[in-house]
Design a protein around this ligand. Sequence first.
Ligand SMILES: C[S@@+](CC[C@H](N)C(=O)[O-])C[C@H]1O[C@@H](n2cnc3c(N)ncnc32)[C@H](O)[C@@H]1O
Length: 217
Amino acid sequence: MTARPRTALGLDALAWAYEPIAMRVCRAAAWRPAVVAAVDPRPGMRILDLGCGPGTLCRLLARACPEATVVGVEPDPVMLARARRAAADATGLCFVRADATALPATAPLDRVFDVGVSTLMFHHLAPDDKRAALGEAVRLLAPGGRLVVADWGPPATVAGHAAFAVTRLFDGRTVTRAHADGGFVAMLREAGVADLAERGRWPTAVGTLCLYTARKP
Ligand SMILES: C[S@@+](CC[C@H](N)C(=O)[O-])C[C@H]1O[C@@H](n2cnc3c(N)ncnc32)[C@H](O)[C@@H]1O
């Protein structure tokens, strides 16, 4: 890992505020259950969460099926520490400090996964990094393995565009462009997956959250 990424809020001191903001501003409580349902954790399943932040989704997945293995990948040490602390009592859950654009071939990333999931990470990545992270996710999937991605998508209304302008101002226009104009969906398709589908849309105060699923052929 060459450079340390921004924390989810851009400032270590505000890391504690990430989850309350995700819940209130990004309506995470509305769409995370749909992400868990799309992952559909089952006993023995290996699930990879790229850019897991404080690990809330990882914990929900582990709670939904304690017999599954959930690996959260997060490059930011402050977020990673929060994820590890919050999951201290959970089973089947571990966290790795790594960059989703270049995953190490060391345990537990030295084996393939049944599902690769990622929520609200891709809009932080530059276009080439989005492609690299999608490539890594697909590389680590077993044949037939599933990809589940929830992130900002193209707004369908004027109000939706106005809402996403807030995120674009805060997170940067270059990294969010593909999410505004549909380019990210094209990148998903170009990652070599099959059965790409949009499974849901949730309008929020800061953009339209879209849930995509696909499968590695
Ligand atoms: C908005 S937070 C989302 C956290 C969590 N997935 C959620 O939905 O609550 C984005 C996370 O992506 C992480 N991130 C940024 N660049 C990354 C990269 N290159 N590889 C992996 N994670 C990255 C950030 O450190 C941050 O924790």
